[in-house]
Design a protein around this ligand. Structure first.
Ligand SMILES: Cc1ncc(C[n+]2csc(CCOP(=O)(O)OP(=O)(O)O)c2C)c(N)n1
Ligand SMILES: [Mg+2]
Length: 678
């Protein structure tokens, strides 16, 4: 029976719905007041809607936040974090405790300023950067439909709910996200819009006059409005949203800071404590006579009952899972465990037997052929550059509105939307997403890459055309500062493989890094295979390793990445011919090198005076930051300007990134240093 045909909460319990919602309001304003920081307005305004959602609609079991078939709830308006903390606490989750809420925004509490998926089990996503929560929810909806079609509705059958604010709907990402959701017909995605017509600067009339419902409808969505303070009307709208086969936007017309007599309806409630006097007046206004942080037993009991509402369904689901023919495989995927063989060992052995001179983007495609055949949980895609990013393999059929079992997503020209959707997919679990675009457009994905890293999500970015080596498209398409700026991001594995073997190794690392996103920077141009000997170890996993050891007395160590490793080997040959012993270090991943023990790092990059051994870097991008590995007295070859439009070979010559340009400079430098010591 549809939920709305059940007896409304108000008739089932002596506790009024308004008072259930007031418990959220009181905890929110009290916690923000205690912290002397935070956002009371949003939770107070959306308390009624949230009470209906958690009380009657959301499928969850507070005693098992990891239940695979729970509905996913995303608080896209993350600044209203007290809303979710209050809801989780009231419904009886182990955390947050009342003590956690009293310590809102303090270092000891998991109730951080904004919701963080790694702090509380029941928080699905980290939100706060507006719009991204909604966009991640689209990815969750995709993962749900995909797993539903693979494993069946008996074990995968849940919805994704979002609470989004005016800000989320204004952000550009929102348009990319809803375009994708509308196109893919994600009817189980429901966005509850906190339409309070207020943002930080004041009325939304200051900055927008958009007909949002019309925009959503034009994008393939169902849209409906309700009075966000009328419980029956909220139910009506939610029922309509559930019944409609399209994704739904539910406009909930609310009053920000509802209940605060002099401040409600104004931006004053958005992001500041209400103040002692206003809080006292709000208690009066709401008829809430309880002390700060006090929730009366009958109200607490009703909220607890909501938290247990899903237990029966959970038990029934567990029974269905236990008798499901693919239980083990389902659990493997949901837990993110890889099969013993990801297909790469045999692929690498074949490369050693028959070396390939190919672009690393092509090498990535060949590696992916093995991976996607071995790992059915991988879901690929590209932001309209499939043929350039080489992300589609034979195993991957398109994932479409009519066939969610597909494993390839045509994201369209929506880089940010793609990256955010991949975050949602990874966080949902059961799938490992990878998606491609040009490295230069990592800028378009960057806010979502940052959230991949912060949320510890296994998302794999396939970023091709990784330098001026892409040639004729010119400076708009040639990344310069990108590698270094991405390396600056914590918990992101930026990998730039030098050849087909390293590319396979980097894929292996990316797949096995369950708590980090990875970004593969891949060449457009062909590269010779520099790794021709079999190794038992994945050398790229060291971050950097000695590819070639000095023959003559070692005076130079050249560190290079990706396409410049080939050049480094040529330079080394020139130097050896002059009696200058030269190591070549391939450094596919700075981050992993940093994690090696000191003795290993000292061995690869000996930290001695430059007149003894000079360190040199070659990378076709900014030299900014390479001092870290060359030292200030080392030499850095790169490009500290924008590129140009010409064939790749011409550009490498023009910018001095050739062995014949670099070797004499190194020799001169070494002579100068000798002069210093002589
Ligand atoms: C991408 C991004 N830009 C800016 C902010 C800062 N910020 C936080 S809330 C907010 C206003 C949001 O307005 P709305 O969604 O209507 O929230 P309400 O004031 O109604 O709670 C802004 C600009 C942010 N969190 N994320
Ligand atoms: Mg607002």
């Amino acid at each position: 029976m549809p939920i709305s045909e059940q007896t409304p909460i108000s008739e089932r319990t002596p506790v009024s719905e308004r008072n259930l919602a007031n418990a959220i309001r009181a905890l929110s304003m009290d916690a923000v007041q205690a912290a002397n920081s935070g956002h009371p307005g949003m939770p107070m305004g959306m308390a009624d809607v949230a009470t209906v959602l958690f009380g009657e609609y959301l499928k969850f079991d507070a005693s098992a936040p990891g239940w695979n078939d729970r509905d996913r709830f995303v608080l896209s308006a993350g600044h209203g974090s007290m809303l979710i903390y209050a809801l989780l606490h009231l419904t009886g989750h182990v955390r947050p405790t009342l003590g956690d809420i009293k310590n809102f925004r303090q270092i000891t509490s998991p109730c951080a300023g904004h919701p963080e998926n790694f702090m509380l089990d029941a928080i699905e996503t980290t939100t706060g950067p507006l719009g991204q929560g909604l966009a991640m929810a689209v990815g969750m909806g995709i993962a749900e439909r995909h797993l539903n079609s693979v494993f069946g509705g008996e074990i995968v059958d849940h919805r994704t709910w979002v609470i989004a604010g005016d800000g989320c709907l204004m952000e550009g990402i929102n348009h990319e996200a809803i375009g994708l959701a509308g196109h893919l017909g994600l009817g189980r995605l429901n966005v509850l819009w906190d339409s309070n017509k207020i943002t930080i600067d004041g009325s939304t009339e200051l900055s927008t006059s958009e007909d949002i419902l019309a925009r959503y409808r034009a994008t393939g969505w169902h849209a409906v409005s309700c009075d966000g303070h009328d419980f029956a009307d909220i139910r009506r709208a939610l029922d309509e949203a559930i019944a409609d086969p399209r994704p739904s936007l539910v406009e909930c017309k609310t009053v920000i800071g509802y209940g605060a007599p002099t401040k409600q309806g104004t931006s004053a409630t958005h992001g500041s404590p209400l103040g002692g006097d206003e809080i006292a007046a709000t208690r009066e206004e709401l008829g809430w006579s309880h002390a700060a942080f006090e929730v009366p037993n009958d109200i607490r009991a009703q909220w607890h009952a909501f938290g247990q509402r899903g237990q029966e369904e959970h038990t029934a689901w567990q029974k269905r899972l236990d008798s499901h023919g693919e239980k083990a495989e389902f659990q493997r995927r949901m837990e993110g465990r890889l099969p013993a063989d990801n297909g790469l060992a045999a692929h690498i052995a074949a490369l050693i037997d028959g070396p390939q001179t190919i672009a690393t983007r092509k090498a990535s495609e060949i590696a992916l052929e093995a991976i996607t055949a071995a790992l059915p949980e991988t879901i690929g895609g590209s932001a309209d550059l499939t043929g350039s990013n080489n992300t589609k393999t034979k195993a991957l059929k398109p994932l479409t509105k009519d066939d969610y079992s597909g494993r390839y997503i045509y994201y369209g020209i929506r880089e940010f939307g793609m990256a955010a959707a991949m975050n949602g997919m990874a966080l949902h679990g059961g799938v490992i997403p990878f998606g491609g675009t040009f490295l230069v457009f990592s800028d378009y994905c960057r806010p979502a890459i940052r959230l991949s890293a912060l949320q510890r999500a296994r998302v794999i970015y396939v970023m091709t055309h990784d330098s001026i080596g892409l040639g004729e498209d010119g400076p708009t398409h040639q990344p310069i500062e990108h590698l270094q700026s991405l390396r600056a991001m914590p918990n992101l594995l930026v990998m730039r493989p030098a050849d087909a073997v390293e590319t396979a190794e980097c894929w292996d690392i990316a797949l096995k890094s369950a708590n980090s996103p990875s970004l593969l920077a891949l060449s457009r141009q062909n590269l010779p295979q520099v790794r021709t000997k079999a190794t038992t170890e994945n050398l790229s996993a060291r971050g950097a390793y000695r590819l070639k050891a000095a023959e003559a007395n070692r005076r130079a160590v050249i560190i290079a990445t990706g396409s410049e490793v080939e050049i480094a080997l040529d330079v080394a040959a020139n130097l050896e011919a002059e009696g200058i012993g030269t190591d070549v270090v391939s450094m596919p991943c700075w981050e992993l090198f940093d994690q090696q023990e000191q003795s290993y790092r000292d061995d690869v990059l000996p930290d001695v005076m430059p007149h003894e051994i000079v360190r040199i870097s070659i990378e076709a991008g900014t030299t900014f930051g390479w001092e870290r590995h060359t030292g200030m007295r080392g030499l850095r070859f790169g490009l500290d300007r924008f590129g140009a439009s010409a064939p790749a070979k011409v550009l490498y010559e023009r910018f001095g990134l050739t062995a014949s340009a670099i070797a004499p400079k190194v020799i001169e430098h070494i002579k100068e240093l000798q002069g210093v010591t002589a």
